[in-house]
Design a protein around this ligand. Structure first.
Ligand code: CO
Length: 459
């Protein structure tokens, strides 16, 4: 029996534990070792890495990807893509999505895991098609959540649609770590019966269920799991690679990895972890088990955001009320999975409802767009009174929203002029205009500085 291992230290692990602040220079020297470990794939790009490179790390995300690729002779590179939202928080035009996906594959990505926050498959279609056209592996991801309307049948239906669309594998994406071992067993079993595609399972250790859930995934015949090298594992990150491999190997699974190399990889990252722990970027709080997330059904990351929000408002004593209000807001909105950007939208609205002492006295701009149908189809029914309050007599938009967005690329290219050195710069700019512009300015300053030094040297 084979169990494929996807190592997440370069993306989800560092995103979940320390807000994606690891620069390329901290891990470049580990890449050859990582390539020798025998992972099925390394998740290294997408999610928040793109934003973080431009915003905090002063790095060109495309160049980071090409550098990683140079070291990968045996291992596939994987990224996480938010469907029509690519790596941002709004819907982009189809031409942007096509160009972005094509560029990701051309610059080194082999596998693109594509999800939509509402599990509206219309929002992953363009990305899946573009990935396949570029020769990439398109993995359709189902956002896992619990609600009165989410059930096996719904997930099986999604997987079937993804298979028809051309996806080459399916991922169950449990971003909150709330999928129990038994639920995982039942879901993987049901999906394997319904589709011919390999099933990958992604979870987090947040609630303490992760390791057990992976064992049940294996028992149900999952093709692969996502794990993080041990010093970047646990808590809001993934279960540890070495521990999962150790356990699975004894149970007769061939994980395809070299245990001694896994140790070398972890030895490399240990001082990196220590550095971020020492400067406070890696707060050990994220490592403790948050069983509360099972009661509130709120992802661990979202819980800490709510706490931070309330502290900033000097209203931490209202936390219990906000925690009670959050599932009610989610119900009113038709039970969206609590994943970016829905988790932020629901959390902020619940806080506002409590602090203003009146529900929906003030409705967030994004929540309004969502109710209008601009993020896609709500999984369940939106509360009619709330919908009426936002829409008035106007009808809800039920089409595929991206079709109402004008092509963006040529306009952005013209706007940037010679500040863009390549089409990749234009894509960075469309995705994150402000951050990209700042990055281009700094890059230009550096270039000018280097040029002035070399002229003096010549003289
Ligand atoms: Co994740």
């Amino acid at each position: 029996m084979k169990m494929n291992i996807t190592e997440t230290v370069l993306r989800d692990a560092q995103q979940s534990l320390m807000a994606t602040r690891m620069p390329l220079s901290d891990f470049e020297d580990a890449l050859d070792k990582m390539d020798a470990a025998g992972y099925y794939s390394i998740e290294c790009w997408g999610g928040a890495t793109f934003d973080s490179c431009l915003r905090y790390l002063d790095e060109d995300p495309w160049e980071r990807l090409r550098t990683i690729k140079k070291h990968m002779k045996h291992t596939k590179l994987q990224m996480l893509l938010r469907g029509q939202n690519i790596l941002g928080y709004r819907h982009y035009s189809d031409d942007t999505v096509r160009r972005f996906v094509k560029a990701a594959v051309e610059n080194g990505i082999d596998i693109i895991r594509i999800f939509d926050a509402l599990n509206d498959v219309r929002n992953i279609k363009t990305a899946v098609e573009a990935c396949l056209a570029a020769g990439g592996h398109a993995q359709g991801a189902i956002c896992y959540t619990l609600s009165p309307i989410h059930n096996l049948e719904m997930y099986v239906g999604l997987a079937r649609e993804m298979e028809t669309m051309g996806c080459q594998s399916i991922c169950i994406k449990d971003m909150a770590g709330i999928m129990s071992p038994q639920e995982c067993f039942d879901l993987v079993s049901a999906l394997r019966k319904a589709v011919k595609l390999p099933i990958f399972v992604h979870t987090h250790a947040t609630t303490g269920l992760g390791n057990m859930t992976y064992l049940k995934a294996a028992e149900a015949g999952a093709a692969g799991i996502d794990t993080a090298t041990s010093c970047f594992s646990g808590g809001t990150s993934q279960p540890a690679t070495e521990s999962m491999v150790y356990a699975l190997t004894q149970m007769g699974y061939d994980c395809g990895v070299k245990y001694d190399v896994l140790k070398q990889v972890n030895d490399f990252f240990l001082p990196v972890q220590k550095k971020f722990a020492a400067n406070g970027t890696f707060d050990p709080y994220v490592l403790s088990t948050k069983a509360d997330a099972l009661t509130y059904q709120i992802p661990g990351g979202m819980l800490s955001n709510l706490v931070a929000q309330l502290k900033a408002q000097n209203a931490i004593d209202r936390l219990d009320e906000v925690l009670a209000e959050t599932p009610r807001v989610r119900r009113d909105l038709g039970y969206p999975p609590l994943v970016t950007p829905m988790s932020q939208m629901v959390g902020v609205q619940a806080t506002v409802n409590v602090l203003l002492g009146e529900r929906y006295k003030n409705i967030g701009k994004e929540v309004k767009s969502y109710i209008k149908g601009e993020y896609g189809k709500a999984p369940g029914e939106i509360d009619p009174a709330l919908a009426k309050k936002v829409l008035g007599d106007a009808p809800m938009f039920t089409g595929r929203y991206a079709e109402s967005i004008e092509p963006e690329f040529e306009a952005a290219k013209a706007e940037l002029g010679d500040r863009a050195q390549s089409d990749l710069d234009v894509l960075s700019y469309i995705a994150f205009p402000q951050q990209a512009e700042q990055f281009f300015e700094k890059r230009e300053l550096k270039r000018a500085l280097v040029a002035s030094y070399s002229i003096e040297e010549v003289k």
